[in-house]
Write a protein that binds this ligand. Structure first.
Ligand code: MOS
Length: 725
């Protein structure tokens, strides 16, 4: 079978198997370990003679390191070494290129940039020495700006410019031309970035917290100047990533460099402040939305021109217009992203890079247009879904957007919404309802997985695929159990070790479908062997509860296996299907808010999300992903925003006391509708990404509900009370 996925796979094997576990809301097999403290996270490995490293951040904003007074702290109690190696001070890699950008590391590009590592026998000694380390700087200030509003803007890369948007705007029956701003976000994963490095005979074992092990090995090897064969990464449990662990960052490289020098294992754990200051941020954005439509609300033009920021030399530019390119009609289109260079930590992927803050703004503008046309916001969306992606020689694969809009509206009770704002008051609270579409591109990543069927019918699945809290262990086990007729308690899944076949990794919502497809293919190969042994055609083979059936035969799998172990490696890679089809997951958000008439404080009262993302692999973990996305939508709408001092680029709210993620009190009951479907163009599982879908537009529904409540259009996110007053 071709490795690349080139054309839609309509075989639907998973709908013909009879094991009955695919899609079911099964618990995570590792869940009990996690909640009882028995799952070992990166910092928790207990290695003999392990010593502790603490990174030292730059205290200036821009300039050069002139001198590090290492000798002073080397004399302090317990101190074993001070390091300022070029490789360990590189910016974080972005988890795909295989390399971090090469740079002059005596240069300080942003405040908080790590400049040295101090290693001591104990954490307290290392912390004390790191605090005492004196560093002389030349504050040259020859770098980027501090203020995104005044920094110089680079020309856009690959802008879309179709027809004549200015003319469409000029001749439209209705139009909207608005500029929205969103503040930056922190990934704020619960588990901090942590690494323990252990060298034996010139080979490194690194216990770390990563999303993309198969990419992190070459990144780390590149930083260390060793062959990737000499690097093993162990990362079986990851306490959240949200993009911040896509690539290797300072703690891993620094631990490895110090451990190699000292001949002892070295642990480096970033503090919460160091993570905020130096790992990865989502860029703030400034987005101009232009929408033009005819009398009936059909879009004739759409403009989405954005400005985002990053450090000099970084390629990543928050792709906020990603879904605007294919979501709605409008022949006249101008869509572009421009970058300004700022002295702020590296901007990179943070959950749903692009749609995470792009969709909420597009959907806020759509709400403004719906009001002008005098059309229900749901109806405006439905009138503007093109037959084929505008300006592209592609077809849509499955698209559950209309169904999600309808089902979500029904479940939520959208018909009770009053079209005009300021119509419902309860005490000192204005009440309102809003909605938004959800869209997030679907991706397939190259992946391999090994599946073994043991003589007694037990099944083992192995891949370096990570589980960042998403449910990889559960899902991959369900696919193998379903395909091979094994009850779920007879399936063991081992993940997160680079010694295992390289999975797709946890990024871009593609992990489950990519590595799951590799598991599926390995299982298909095992099924072929079993069918042959049973003497039936592969299509006639039924595997269920440890028995193989077909052609009036019914044989225990253990008999069919004799004493053999069947082992296969399945593999998938993106192919032509990814080019022929515009693939995305879709959905709809509905929200009811209360806005305080005196304080402008906003409370979310209810939220409903309906999501179509192909086959549901596990209804519980999928729902949890949708919930998590919508909770971040609440944060993005109301409270989350990185605050930089415009005079020196310093991040003012670099911890969870100042950067406010929603807490339980902020989150109401959220209803999630899983719109089960199949997408044969996506991959052999017919499943699409869900991890990032739930955030992609959610904050727009909240902004629109706020307008419906109190009549104020918020064009700045987060919508803190000062924005409304
Ligand atoms: Mo995702 S932001 O690609 O982890």
């Amino acid at each position: 079978m071709a490795v690349t996925f080139d054309s839609p796979d309509t075989r639907n094997l998973l709908d013909q198997t009879r094991q009955g576990i695919i899609g079911k809301p099964l618990d995570r097999p590792e869940g009990a370990l996690k909640v009882s403290g028995r799952a070992t996270y990166a910092a928790e490995y207990d290695l003999p003679d392990c010593v502790e490293g603490v990174l030292v951040p730059a205290t200036i904003s821009q300039g050069r390191v002139a001198n590090i007074h290492m000798d002073e702290v080397r004399a302090m109690p317990g101190v074993l070494g001070v390091y300022a190696d070029a490789a360990m001070l590189r910016r974080p890699a972005q988890g795909g290129a295989g390399k971090a950008p090469v740079q002059d590391v005596s240069r300080i590009d942003y405040p908080g940039q790590p400049v040295a590592l101090v290693v001591a026998e104990t954490f307290e000694q290392a912390t004390a020495a790191a605090k005492a380390l004196r560093i002389d700087y030349d504050e040259t200030g020859d770098g980027a700006g501090f203020d995104p509003e005044t920094a110089e803007v680079e020309p856009p890369k690959k802008p879309v410019d179709l027809g004549d948007l200015d003319r469409a705007m000029g001749t439209a029956s209705h139009s909207v031309d608005r500029t929205y701003r969103t503040q930056g976000h922190a990934s704020a994963a619960m588990e901090p970035h942590a690494a323990i490095a252990h060298w034996q005979d010139g080979a490194l074992t690194l216990y770390g917290s990563f999303q993309m092990v198969a990419y992190n090995v070459p990144e780390l090897a590149d930083s260390l100047g060793v062959d990737p064969d000499k690097v093993r990464i162990v990362s079986p449990y990851v306490g959240g990533g949200f993009g911040s662990k896509l690539g290797v960052s300072h703690e891993a490289v620094a631990a490895a460099i110090a451990a190699r020098d000292l001949g002892r294992p070295v642990r480096v754990v970033l503090t919460r402040q160091q993570i905020f200051d130096s790992v990865i941020r989502r860029s703030e954005t400034c987005q101009r939305l232009r929408l033009a439509c005819d009398d009936s609300g059909r879009l004739t033009g759409i403009g989405h021109e954005a400005r985002v920021s990053n450090l000099p030399d970084e390629d990543f530019a928050e792709p906020v217009t990603q879904s605007t390119k294919f979501l709605y009609r409008g022949d006249n289109r101008r869509i572009s992203v421009q970058v300004v260079r700022l002295a702020r930590l590296t901007a990179g992927s943070v959950r749903a890079p692009g749609e995470g803050v792009g969709m909420q703004v597009l959907e806020a503008a759509m709400d403004e247009l719906a009001e002008q046309v005098g059309l229900d916001p749901v109806e405006l969306r439905k009138r503007n879904l093109p037959e084929t992606p505008p300006g592209r020689d592609k077809r849509y694969s499955s698209r559950m957007l209309v169904q999600s809009l309808d089902a979500g509206a029904r479940a939520f009770g959208w018909d009770r919404r009053k079209p005009r704002p300021c119509q419902t008051r309860e005490g000192e609270w204005w009440i309102g309802m809003g909605m938004a579409s959800a869209a997030r591109v679907n991706l397939l990543s190259p992946a391999k997985a090994r599946v073994r069927m043991l003589p007694d019918g037990r099944v083992e699945v192995e891949s370096d695929q990570t589980d960042i809290g998403t449910g990889s262990y559960a899902i991959l086990g369900q696919i193998a159990g379903e395909m091979l007729g094994a009850p779920i308690d007879r399936v063991t899944v081992t993940l997160g070790d680079s010694a295992l076949p390289p999975g797709g990794g946890s990024g871009g919502s593609f992990g489950a479908a990519s590595t799951g497809s590799a598991v599926l293919r390995a299982c298909e190969a095992i099924r072929d062997t079993l069918a042959e042994r049973l003497g039936v055609a592969a299509d006639d083979l039924v595997l269920q509860d440890g028995f193989a059936r077909g052609d009036n035969r019914n044989v225990a799998l253990s008999d069919l296996l004799a004493s053999d172990t069947l082992e296969e490696i399945g593999e998938i890679a993106p192919g032509q299907a990814g080019k022929d089809f515009s693939q995305a997951s879709y959905g709809a958000f509905f929200c009811e808010v209360a806005v305080n008439a005196f304080t402008a404080e906003t409370r979310i009262r209810r939220m409903t999300g309906a999501f179509g993302f192909g086959r549901v692999l596990n209804a519980k973990t999928a729902r949890s992903q949708c919930l998590g996305g919508m909770v971040w939508g609440i944060g993005s709408a109301l409270s989350e925003g990185l605050e930089f001092d415009l005079r020196d680029g310093k991040l003012m709210n670099h911890d969870l006391a100042g950067y406010h993620v929603p807490v339980h009190r902020d989150v109401p009951d959220i209803e999630v509708l899983l719109m089960e479907e199949r997408d044969p163009a996506a991959n052999p599982l017919q499943a699409k990404g869900v991890g990032e879908l739930g955030i992609s537009g959610a904050a727009g529904a909240i902004a629109n509900a706020i307008y419906n409540a109190c009549g104020v259009r918020a064009r700045h996110f987060p919508i803190t009370p000062d924005v409304l007053l």
